[in-house]
Write a protein that binds this ligand. Structure first.
Ligand code: F6R
Length: 611
């Protein structure tokens, strides 16, 4: 949801900013812009609607803009349509302040009106322009004084980068509820929405916290607290992600690369946590006593992470013998949740920055809950604000549609389930041992499915023109169907719905007509027969059925459906990790055949930092 990057140093800034924006483009890609200051030309701002390439071409890859300090932005429009004028940086009326922003200024309309009544002329429809104009309005020669007044006045979420033509020897940044990292270099400093934009230049970073302001000069970074501008000592972190992890490495799309990386990502996530056949979660500080006293376990997440939560509900209830409630983060705050100091909340988020999830986490904490989060991005806000965090070791996920983060989140759910069940004494030793043993086989089994990708590609070639596709399943198969359906619709733009198979006949079956494609998930052995009855129901209304089941049931299913994809047999609890792979591949190939922009689907952005 908008990417921002800033550079101040001795090198030309524009090529570095464009490079950083290219790595942040997954956060928004409807327009982009940069502001550069130079002695000769002062403040220069170039911005354009469209992909970053449009901007890059306009400035000859950055060569056309001279200057060693600047800001860049790639936008996902909230206020004001994607257009040149609504692109960032937004500039104050006399050109003194250039501002890039990620987030939403909620009271922008009111401030805009007041400024307009005082004669300030606005050119864009953005909420961000209000920040630039307000800085100018409060400015009496001291930028920090103006900024503290602005931060006092604005409401909402922001990560801000500010360049002032009167003091071009510094960049200023401020944060509330939207991510911002600072990169420390030798003779240069950087700011960015996430580390991928800076790791080519520096691996030493710190994470700005809410209510903090950073002043970057060529020699260093000073962090101050708002509003009294008291110095804050920040902890530096070393990022050890390989830069290649955030590059395509010969693959046509990040999504495909990330699908193929899943065996490794899964293995990296579980291996350090399984020692001599036991799950060891050293990062966790939850006791058996706390678990026994737990009155409720909530799982809170959005999108695909929510779908992991759906699968986790079945798993955790089975293992812990406790009821688990899965709630969409965007609903949690508004449903008057019943939370006590005995409640535990499991938060799932790849980015660790999703604003709805973060807000729900804060609300749960406020009500007294203990929060354990499963997060991929180290140092992200959700990770830092949780009582306990377990990281997924998926590496950077760039494609907007998540794949390897989903798989590694599931892996951590299994580990948590086993660990808690062991503490609670709700699992027999033989069952524990067999699940742990099977867990270590999952990466190879995922690889087996990936090795048969051509079969899925063939099915995609048959169905890629279908206008509407249904996914049906029961129990964990239903949870996986929801993810398969989301994958398909977000990247291929085909209408799709996931249904609990038994629910179809309560209304939705009226949409099934000759030729409708139904993807029937039937891997969960206990409910295989029941699911097959639902398959027969849709078949007799003319549906084409693509079945997904395990090797051991493939032949039986093939007698009823049109096509079958089989995944290796495994422990029933772990089936989602295998079932999801053909669905990811199916969505990918369908989107490819439809000529869609797979890594950057329309209207979407990764890391949803607005409500
Ligand atoms: C879909 C997808 C989204 C995210 C959702 C939550 O492919 O990626 O649905 O799962 O926006 O994001 P995180 O996990 O970062 O909180």
């Amino acid at each position: 949801m908008c990417g921002i990057v800033g550079f101040i140093g001795a090198q030309e800034a524009a090529p570095i900013l464009l490079d950083g924006l290219a790595r942040l483009e997954y956060r928004g890609y409807d327009s982009a812009g940069i502001a550069i200051w130079s002695q000769e030309k002062g403040m220069e701002v170039v911005k354009a609607k469209g992909r970053l390439q449009v901007l890059s071409d306009m400035v000859d890859g950055g060569k056309a803009l001279k200057g060693t300090v600047g800001l860049g932005h790639t936008r996902w429009a909230t206020h004001g349509e994607p257009s040149d004028v609504n692109s960032h940086p937004q500039v104050s009326e006399n050109g003194r302040f250039a501002v890039v922003h990620n987030g939403i200024i909620e009271n922008y309309a009111e401030i805009r009106e007041i400024l307009q009544s005082k004669g300030v002329h606005f050119v864009s429809q953005t909420d961000t322009e209000v920040v630039a104009q307000l800085l100018e309005y409060y400015y009496r020669g001291d930028v920090m004084e103006a900024l503290t007044k602005v931060l006092h006045r604005i409401e909402g979420a922001y990560a801000l980068g500010i360049l002032c033509a009167d003091c071009p020897d510094r960049l200023i940044a401020a944060r509330k509820d939207s991510p911002l990292i600072l990169g420390y270099g030798d003779g240069f400093q950087m700011l960015a929405s996430d580390v991928t934009a800076v790791i080519k230049y520096t691996r030493e970073v710190c994470y700005l916290d809410d209510g903090e302001i950073a002043v970057l000069t060529r020699d260093g970074i000073e962090v101050l607290s708002h509003p009294y501008l008291l110095p804050v000592k920040k902890e530096r972190h070393h990022v050890d992600w390989e830069i290649s992890a955030a590059e395509k490495g010969g693959y046509e799309h990040f999504m495909f690369k990330e699908i193929m990386e899943q065996p490794k990502a899964f293995r990296d996530t579980i291996s350090p946590r399984i020692q001599e056949g036991r799950v060891v979660l050293e990062d966790l500080h939850i006791t058996a006593q706390q678990l026994r006293e737990m009155d409720k376990l909530y799982i809170i997440a959005c999108g695909s992470s929510y779908h992991v939560g759906m699968a986790a509900k079945y798993t955790l209830e089975r293992l812990l013998h406790k009821s688990v409630e899965v709630t969409l983060a965007s609903e949690f705050r508004y449903c008057e949740p019943i939370v006590t100091d005995k409640t535990m909340v499991l938060v799932i988020s790849q980015s660790g920055e999703t604003i709805d999830t973060l807000a729900a986490l804060r609300e749960a904490k406020r009500l007294g809950a203990r929060v354990l989060s499963i997060v991929n991005v180290v140092g992200s806000t959700i990770a830092r604000e949780s009582h306990d965090v377990l990281y997924t070791w998926a590496g950077p996920e760039i494609a907007v549609a998540t794949t390897k983060a989903y798989s590694t989140q599931l892996a951590v759910v299994y580990l948590v389930g086993l660990y808690f069940a062991d503490l609670l004494g709700t699992i027999e030793k033989a069952e524990y041992d067999s699940i742990v043993a099977e867990l270590t086989c999952i990466p190879d089994k995922i690889q087996t499915i990936l090795d048969q990708k051509e079969q899925i590609q063939y099915f995609a070639s048959i169905f890629f023109n279908h206008p509407s596709i249904f996914f049906i399943g029961r129990n964990i198969d239903y949870a996986v169907g929801m993810e398969g359906s989301l994958k398909l619709k977000e990247i291929s733009y085909i209408h799709s719905e996931a249904y609990a198979a038994g629910e179809l006949k309560h209304g939705t079956i009226s949409l099934i007509e000759p030729g409708t494609l139904v993807v029937a998930l039937a891997s969960y052995g206990k409910l295989f027969e029941k699911l097959m009855s639902n398959v027969v129901e849709v078949k007799s209304r003319g549906a084409d059925v693509l079945g997904v089941t395990t090797e051991s049931r493939k032949e039986t299913m093939a007698k009823t459906v049109d096509h079958v994809v089989a995944v290796p047999d495994t422990h029933p609890m772990l089936l989602p990790s295998l079932d999801v792979i053909p669905l990811q591949l199916f969505a990918y190939y369908v989107a490819l055949m439809r000529g869609c922009d797979i890594d950057k689907p329309r209207n979407l952005a990764k890391s949803v930092t607005v409500e």
